[in-house]
Design a protein around this ligand. Sequence first.
Ligand code: AMP
Length: 448
Amino acid sequence: MSTQSSPLKAVRGTRDLLPPETALWNRIEQTAREVFARYGFGEIRTPIFEATELFARGVGEETDIVSKEMYTWEDRARAQSEKAQSLTLRPENTAGVVRAYIEHKLGERGDLQKLFYIGPQFRRERPQRGRYRQFWQIGVEVLGPVSSGSESPVRDAEVLEMLATLLDELGVKNWRLELNSVGSTEDRKRYDAALRAALEPVKARMCEDNQRRAETNPLRVLDSKEPADQEIIAALPKIADYLDEDSRAHFAAVRAALDACGVAYTVNPRLVRGLDYYTRTTFEFTVPSSFDPASGLGTQNALLGGGRYDGLSEMLGGPKAPGIGFAIGEDRLILVLQEQDGSRAVDAPHPEWMWAKKLDAYIAPIGAECNAAALALARELRRTGLSVEVGDGTFRLKKSFDAADKVARNIVILGEDEVRSDILTVKTFATGEQTKVARAELAKALRA
Ligand code: AMP
């Protein structure tokens, strides 16, 4: 009987990222790190799994993320000192960062904590283009005791202005900032009551999910994408009419600071976002041309989202620590950049780092007996900082030239004569020029 089995594949909703595309991921992460550093952010790395309770309390039991999308398992005790525990792969990183803030008593340092993270998150969503079960987020959190100024609208505006700068520096075109205020916890309570009252007579006409949300968490009805329910949703009360004086003033100050910086935005009164912890400022950056349904990308048009979470630390048993943060969907950012680059708008030159860079040199040994010498030469050149590939002496010259032309700017021929004389033949593909170069001069010549 044949024992051959079918090859294993990556799990549905997960994928491998391969070169040269990974160069683009690295470039994006590097740019983000550079921009964040200019604004005084430091990196935090939290575990990929946490106690399930963290997300239940932090993100909210009634959110789609917690109620339907988490990867949760019962972790058995392996020793008497351990307890069985329900664990979950993190579906987002804010709860973990705030847990770490509390655990390490970062608030006692007294100053504002400006933290960023880059890493994978996990949600069991229906996979489609731009939506995966393992996806990457680049995010920041700004939080601290009230005395550190963590509640100030300046913080909100600074974070938004930084995002505008980051997207511009990455070369993302046509982004739009949508902004709203969901008010304080008290404002939300009054709004919640108004929403329930308004939904009562109409909810029977809505889809099953929205009927459930109308009961459990009416605010969630507002981010429903169900086409048939949009008319009802549009007629529901607006949060702006339920903000108290302080929340109104806070929102006005955020907008004034953005105006002063020249960062354009649109106020979207329905933007409440899918997580329970948000208070006051909420926002999304979208790229309308890119994730438009006509282009086959579905409705995944939000590139990033975020907002203020003034009560989250207390929800997790910590001290009062108002804060604001965002998470960029890195997978979507890549899709946007690739797509915008593919369209090659004349007035929007693509950044050159979109393309894989060629190596400085390909060393072609002539004959297997030159392989060792080729490797030694490569070592010498690589140690000067050059990028080098080494061929194989068993290749015929034509095969070496073809291989070299694909990956490198120059080919260096290394036969027995060259090993003996220390004079090498170098051909530069772009010009077709072929020259003899002394070994001592080689690194300089290749760098030119
Ligand atoms: P959220 O944490 O839900 O506010 O999402 C923030 C950003 O993460 C979104 O704007 C998306 O760009 C990205 N994102 C969320 N869920 C997914 C997913 N399943 N696949 C890819 N990106 C996602």
